[in-house]
Structures are given as C-alpha cells and as structure tokens.
Design a binder for this molecule. Structure first.
Ligand SMILES: [Zn+2]
Length: 254
C-alpha cells in the first residue's frame, strides 16, 4: 500500500513533499486580520492566557510554526485563497442567520471549483504539522491541486464565543480566532478517524473537517504513539459541553 501519512520532516514542505520549506502560513488570513482590526491594537491570546500584543498582521504570533515552501504558500494556492475570500465576503453580507449563512456558503461552493476547500485544507494541514501528528498525504496532494477531491467538509455558523462577548460588552467587537486542532476518534478504542478545526472572522465561525478514508483508518493504526496518545486524551481530558459548543459540533450536518 502506498504511504498514506507523513510525519513532519525538517525543511520538507508537507504539501508538495519537496525541500525548501521556509514560508509560514497565517493562522487567520492577513487580509481578514487587516479588515477586522483596521489599525486598532491587536492582542493575541490562547484561551486562559493573557494576551500578547501583536505588531500587525505579519506578527510571528499569527503564523503557524512549521513552514511550507514559498510556492505552496503563494502561486500554488492563490486560487484557493481567492475562493476562500469569496466565501467570507458572501457570508459577511448575511444577517448572521443560520439559513442565510448556509445558503451563502453553498452558493459559493457550487459556483467555484471547490477552491475554498483547498484553503481550509491548507490551514488544517498546517495545524496538524504544528501538533506533530501524522499528516494525510492525500490532504497535501489535494491542497497542491494534484487530486480533485478530498474528504473535507465545510460549514459556517454564528460563533458562540463572539455572541457571548457581544452580549456582555455590547456593540461590534473586533475578533478573529483559530480554534486549534481537534482529533476526531471513534468508540470503542478511540482510534482517530479525522481532524477538524475552526476559524472565526468577526461573528462567523468556519468549521472544517477531514475524515479518514477506509485505508487511512487502517494505516493510522500503525502510528502507535499517536493512537495511544489519542485514546489516553479521550479518557483523561474529554471535551466538555462548553468545548462542543465552542467548536460547533451541535450543528454538524452529518
Ligand atoms: Zn510546497
């Protein structure tokens, strides 16, 4: 069987598997950060942490740590970046109502070539690489444009954290967030069956998930350290009801 997962290797780009990885991807797209904050002071914070000031959209605090190659971060994914921009603009023009958001996302995905999926796939892969977990090779090939389809799901919804903040403080809040990496596991052994994450721009949270295919589910079993870590984490630090709401699982279309 062809190799289905790769670990992070120094200097190798996880998307094209070529050497020369020296370009760091933004966790939240620079144009979204500029539009959200428009020169206002920016703080970067993980949950439970005090914020660190960020100098601007180029701040290292706003980028993933594991680099990809310059070509994969620019020309190779340019059409995907633009497709993502179209989805964000369409969703921002809704009244932040779930059925309108769904219609806006679906209309964009139908019109385009699915490029927005490649953008979210790039974000997800960078998060997997930063966490040091096995990266599905098919995800890299899809992001690179070498294969047309990948088992990625995408939906959007009003962000629960943003809604809470506006109800406490009132008015519009300048806010952008990436939700960190979630590993989806399946009972009874809690073997990994996919990866998911979220990205929030203002009031809208995008949720994206990569589901392993049947061969990937088999292949991941040989990554024993990873599967043991997943099973242990499910038991020792299960997701709380608050985590579920924050990550939007209650609105999963599946
Ligand atoms: Zn590359």
């Amino acid at each position: 069987m062809a190799r289905l997962f790769d670990g992070v290797q120094a200097n190798i780009c996880w998307i094209c598997r070529e050497p020369g990885a020296n370009s760091k991807e933004h966790k939240v797209k620079a144009s979204d950060i500029k539009r959200q904050f428009r020169g206002a002071g920016m703080f970067v914070a993980a949950e439970g942490e005090r914020g660190r000031p960020a100098q601007g959209p180029g701040s290292k605090h706003l980028k993933f740590q594991v680099p990809i190659c310059h070509t994969c971060n620019t020309t190779r994914t340019q059409s995907a970046d633009r497709a993502y921009d179209r989805v964000v603009r369409a969703v921002e023009q809704t009244t932040i109502n779930q059925s309108e958001i769904d219609a806006a996302v679906q209309a964009c995905l139908r019109q385009g070539d699915g490029g927005a999926f490649r953008y979210f796939g790039k974000l997800l892969g960078c998060q997997i690489a930063d966490a040091g977990h096995p990266i599905p090779r098919r995800l890299g090939r899809f992001v690179a444009g070498e294969v047309r389809n990948a088992p990625l799901h995408l939906w959007a919804r009003p962000d629960a954290t943003y809604a809470e903040m506006t109800s406490e403080r009132g008015g519009d809040i300048q806010y952008a967030a990436h939700g960190g990496l979630v590993i989806i596991t399946k009972k009874p052994k809690f073997l990994p069956v996919g990866y998911a994450s979220t990205t929030t721009i203002g009031p809208i949270q995008f949720h994206y998930r990569y589901s392993f295919g049947i061969f990937e589910k088999v292949a991941i079993r040989s990554c024993r350290d990873f599967t043991a870590e997943c099973a242990r984490a499910v038991v020792e630090t299960p997701m709380t009801a608050l985590d579920h709401r924050k990550y939007g699982y209650t609105l999963s279309p599946e």
